[in-house]
Each structure stands twice: as C-alpha cells, then as structure tokens.
Design a protein. Sequence first.
Length: 375
Amino acid sequence: CLVAVMKMEHDFHMAEGEDDNSYAKNSRLQENALVETKPALREAVTRAYAPLLHPTMTIVDLGCSSGGNTLLFVSNVIEAVSHHLEKIGGHPAELQFFLNDLPSNDFNRVFRSVQRFKNSIGMGRHKGEEIPAFFITGLPSSYYTRLLPRSSVHLFHSSYCLHWRSRLPDGLEGKKRPYLNEGNIDIAMTTPPSVVKMYQEQFQKDMLLFLRLRYEELFAGGQMMLTFLGRKHGDAYNGGLCRLHGLLSRSVQSLVDEGLVEKEKLDSFNLPLYGPSMEEVKAVVEQSQQFRMNHIKLFETNWDPYDDSEGNDVHDSVQSGINVSKSLRAVMEPLFASHFGESVLDKLFKKFAYNVEVHLEMEKTKYSVITLSLT
C-alpha cells in the first residue's frame, strides 16, 4: 500500500471549529499551563520592559494556536505591563504582538475574536486603568525559520509547543520498509535504542536551530520564556508522554486487529514529538552559548485537564478517560486524519478513552512540564 508522508506545515494544526472535539472546546490543559507560569511571565515582561528605551515593545507568541488561550497570553502581558506602570509611572510604550503559528493554523478564528478582546480591554480603560496601546498581527510561518528582522523582538513566548519537532528524524518518515519503530507511534518500551537516539538527535538539532534564530531576532537584553512537555527522569523510556502514547498505539492496534486499519499504516506512523529531560534542556542551552538561563523548573499536571486534585486517587476514571481522549484528539486529530483517514477517528479515540480509563484505575499519571526563562 502507499504510505502517506507527514508534512508538518500542511497536516499539523489544532482541530478547528467549535464542536465537542475542537481545540477551542478542549484546550484546558494548555490554559492550566498559562495559569501556572503567569508569575514567571510577569517577571520576564518586567525584565524586558524595565530597560526599554524604544517607544514600542515587540512581543512574539510562538505556536499561538487558535483557541481562547491565544488572547489569554496577550491579556497576561498587558496586565503585567500595566502592573509595572502602576509601580514606576512614566509614559507607556505601545505593545506590538505577533501571533505566530504554521500557515495551517486557523488565523481567521483568532482575528474574529480580537475585536471582542479589544472591547473588553477598552472597558478597563474606562475604569481608569493604565492600559498601554496594543496591536496584534498574525505571523504564519514555522518557528524553525527566521521570522523577524535582526534585534527587533523584546520578548518571545512559547507554551506547549517546543516538544514538537520540525520533522521526523531521518529513517522514521514511513517511506520504506523495514519500519524501525514497528507497532509504536512514539518512544515505547519496545522502541529500539537506535530510534530513541534518532529522536534525541533531532531534538538537539531543532533546539540549537531554534535558539540561534531567536538570538538573532532578540534585542540585547531581550527575554524568552518557553514552556513545553518533557519528562521527569533521564530515562527516555520512563515518562508520562510515553505511557500516554503507548495507550494510543494500543488503540490503533485494536483497529488493526479488527481489520479497520492496515498494519503497515500503524508501523509507518511516528509522532514528530520528543519530551526532553531537564538535563537535556540545560545541555542544549549551554551548548548554544547564546543565552543565560534565569530559571528552569519542572511541574506536573494531571492527564485529565479537569482534575485539579493533587492526590493519587482518580474520582471518576470513566469521565477522566473521556477528558484525556478529547484533550489529545483536539491536538492530534489532523495528523491522524491525514494518515489513517477520518472515518476511523471516532472509534479510535473511543477506544483510547477506555484504555486511559483502565490505566487510571491502576495508576494516576501526570504530564511533566518544563518551563524556562532565558536572557
């Protein structure tokens, strides 16, 4: 059979629209990360704004997507600048926001919501709050390319994006047999060490490129705040992402067993994704020799974005399975639809919800999230 080759710029975007499976309705996991990192963002904004002599502060959100979280980030920055102005006074700089994502992102949806957002900010001005003028522009392109002129950006921000690779490592594209990660869609216990090494090398290559590009675009003293999925342990086989994607692989295998998906389709599919350890992140920043690390932190968050409890008990494993499935489908659906076809998606993610339910009954598992601030 012919095996489709994944094209990130075409196939990768969040599930569009407003229905029950859309990213707009299933992005609470990403929202939780913005809430968790808000204090660190305020510090980064202050560090970028305090020495500002230019009349305009330029802020870029890398991988902005198209849900409500896009403008939540903008709101958090405006709030941080307003808070800073209340403390020090002075004439506010104007804020220029660039919202960046791949061209396949639903930018139309983003900009349909901008006017409502501006109206809500305007209400704050009527109450006498010190709110700077701001402007919002779309920037459709991969953040693994140069985006803006040299020394033109004061603050870069990216949340829940940099675990995605620019492409699959060479040898995993699914063009020919033998398939090197047979039966898996990501790193799993049966993944050969050679494939793990491919993912690690692709991470290093991508991050070094990313850091070099951003270094060229940042003003001297500019700030960068990055938040992405990683892992708690050094062992690449040991992490919440591997377990979660292992359950998704098992769900696809069920469709293979039922004759709904060809085995070659499963064997040839690999996610262009790698969640690094803290040590790997520190090493690549040090290797780049272009940034100073202000802080790096790892926090954990439940698979179920609606489970805010800190204990080890899952109160409703059935509902949690559904929540996790919807959350992942909102991100993965376009990639899976392109490779496996849209007709199997409902059944696939229903099986996945059940597999997550069974897993959570035995063990409550969490995502590991790495956040770091660079100068």
